[in-house]
Design a protein around this ligand. Structure first.
Ligand code: GLU
Length: 607
């Protein structure tokens, strides 16, 4: 969907009742397409309340994930001699259990890995794909119009071929140190013994209106009276323990073929109200892709991110470059508060970047993207569009090699998802963003895990303004993403990658791009520590109104921006940033400094 279509109050979508929770989120509607169609909640993954955090320091190794159990599992694996990749696999399996609303083995992920020994940096693409039977009319109703969001999401229709497990398996084959099966032990144990339901999980279950419609999910997430299990309730998931056991023994074949695969296909195709098109062959033939990470030189650094099918790497690099084009630009003032000039510039950079990503980025196997989007001359031209007053709605630029004509993607990218950043003792470095798309994905539970609804990241509408949309559904295609796992390095005089500086990323739908870019600007330009950068109130634009984090920005900011022509919206902005910064000084040498997002329940640990 157009990123500028913003929340408007929609009583229909409010949770039936306020649940025991620590969130203050108000469920709002968001509008589709021309901003007047089906409404949907703005933040399916609500905030967990805002609890101030302190940066964590360590000497050798560090893991930052979205849940304390997952961070613990990662650290245990690191201490047992595993490397960053091993730790990420263990954490992902635990997240499938303890943060089921966000990511898991039924979803997909993007992973950046820098191997310390060879110095190689690779991007693993475990994005879900559209089944062979899918076509561009997948999300059109009988009237030829796009379905309302949740009519598209809930059920089998939106389920793409999961890619996370095969991707992790491929990464492990190249870089893993501990045996694959060992990495599943923490999650299997926790699934069998049970884990205490967190306030956040309890809250998410209670807010969701669709989960109960799936019998397996209803039986697992709710008690016999139909209430979400209370905070602290020990939740056991023997079905997931069995599934993980099978994958630990047989690898991804256990998920992509045989009885588990058949159950996935049956859940999708035989869905009583909204069947999908996923077939056994789609599962069996899924392949992760190893890509070159997208590294963009900027000042004395290289900003490395995920190339298409994610728009994240391109857009984050564009925003940081456009913002930093003015060497004097800063986002924060001396006291560390957001300052109006900086927010103005950051929002304008966001408009320009989102205009480009909406026009030009899709699965590169179907639509090549213009490399000119990152050319210094092009960026300088785009930066010159930023003036004293807001440009309002930016048009896409015309990079020298632009080929793609046609309309904008009308797609949803909902703020669920999870991010983890890990560095090990050897200096292997990892940044992974992982997702089942909307909170609780397609609301289909099979063998103890949830299936993704990633296909709604395609444009629901195949044609716009008379032209085919680059990000339309096509068989075997990967939907465009905003996920932006990021690694930043020093740039040596010869232009090569030097020492690493920062590993970060976030969930948040298309807002991911602004969350990550803001963190980069705050740390790399303003010199804030990683925790301060993550905790900053959010601000930015997705080429619509300028969005400010409700309840967290200074009251005067809104007026100052309005005075410069911005249309301003105050909304909840539930990022889930995890970041690790390498900090060196002459007196103390180098250390790791980690931060996690105070808006969710993530933790960072190191040693
Ligand atoms: N599905 C989205 C994407 O791939 C991510 C959703 C989220 O971050 O919550 O861009």
């Amino acid at each position: 969907m157009p990123d500028h279509c913003l929340p408007s109050p929609n009583p229909d979508r409010r949770p039936a009742k306020r649940i025991r929770a620590i969130t203050t989120v108000a469920a709002l509607g968001i509008v589709l397409g021309s901003c007047d169609a089906a409404a949907q909640p703005a933040q399916p993954e609500a905030a967990s309340g805002f609890a101030e955090r302190r940066a964590v320091q360590a000497r050798h190794a560090m893991a930052a994930t979205a849940n304390p159990h997952a961070t613990r599992a990662a650290i245990d694996i690191l201490r047992r001699g595993g490397n960053a990749l091993d730790a990420a696999i263990a954490a992902q399996m635990v997240l499938t259990l303890v943060e089921p609303q966000s990511s898991g083995i039924g979803g997909g992920a993007f992973l950046l890995y820098r191997d310390a020994r060879t110095g190689r940096l690779v991007a693993f693409d475990g994005r879900e794909t559209a089944p062979a039977d899918a076509d561009e009319r997948l999300f059109l109703g009988a009237d030829g119009k796009p379905l309302a969001f949740y009519d598209a999401v809930v059920g089998g229709r939106s389920v793409g071929v999961p890619g996370a497990v095969r991707m992790l398996e491929a990464a492990h084959a190249r870089h893993g140190r501990l045996p694959w099966a060992v990495l599943f032990q923490p999650a299997i144990r926790l699934a069998r013994d049970g884990f205490p339901v967190s306030a956040r999980l309890h809250n998410q279950i209670g807010l969701d209106k669709h989960l109960k419609r799936d019998p397996a999910a209803a039986a697992y997430f709710f008690d016999t009276r139909g209430e979400p299990h209370p905070v602290g309730h020990r939740l056991r998931n023997p079905a997931l323990a069995e599934t993980l056991q099978a994958i630990a023994r047989r690898g991804s074949l256990a998920l992509h073929t045989g009885p588990i695969a058949r159950d996935i296909v049956a859940a999708v195709r035989d869905h009583p109200t909204n069947p999908g098109r996923l077939g056994e062959r789609d599962l069996a033939f899924y392949r992760p892709i190893v890509r070159d990470a997208l590294c963009v030189p900027w000042r004395r650094m290289l900003i490395c991110g995920m190339p298409p099918p994610s728009s994240g790497g391109i857009a984050v690099a564009q925003i940081v470059s456009l913002f930093g084009h003015d060497p004097a630009a800063r986002l924060t003032d001396a006291s560390g508060a957001l300052e109006a000039d900086g927010v103005h510039r950051f929002a304008e950079a966001g408009r320009l970047a989102f205009a480009d990503r909406n026009r030009y980025v899709a699965d590169p196997a179907f639509v090549d993207w213009p490399r000119g989007l990152l050319a210094p001359a092009y960026l300088a031209r785009r930066a010159s569009r930023i003036g004293e007053r807001s440009i309002g709605r930016a048009e896409p630029g015309e990079p020298a090699d632009a080929r793609q004509a046609g309309g904008e993607s009308l797609s949803f990218e909902r703020p669920a998802t999870s991010h983890l950043s890990i560095v090990d003792r050897q200096g292997n470095l990892l940044s992974m963003t992982t997702t089942i798309e909307d909170s609780f994905g397609a609301r289909l539970m099979v063998r103890g895990f949830l299936l993704n609804n990633q296909l709604t990241d395609f444009s629901l509408q195949p044609v716009e303004a008379g032209g085919p949309v680059a990000n339309r559904v096509q068989p075997g295609k990967r939907p465009r993403s905003s996920m932006a796992p990021t690694l930043v390095f020093e740039r040596n005089r010869d232009g090569r990658r030097g020492a690493w500086l920062l590993a970060t990323g976030s969930p948040g739908g298309s807002q991911i791009i602004n969350y990550v870019a803001q963190t980069l600007v705050a740390t790399l330009i303003d010199g804030r520590d990683i925790q301060q950068a993550i905790s900053l109130p959010h601000a930015g634009s997705r080429n619509g109104p300028t969005e400010l984090e409700a309840g967290r920005v200074a009251p005067g900011l809104e007026q100052q921006l309005r005075g410069r022509g911005h249309e301003v919206r105050l909304i909840d902005m539930t990022s889930g940033l995890q970041g690790i910064r390498r900090v060196c000084d002459a007196a103390r040498g180098c250390r790791l400094v980690g931060g996690t997002d105070p808006r969710r329940e993530g933790t960072v640990e190191g040693y």
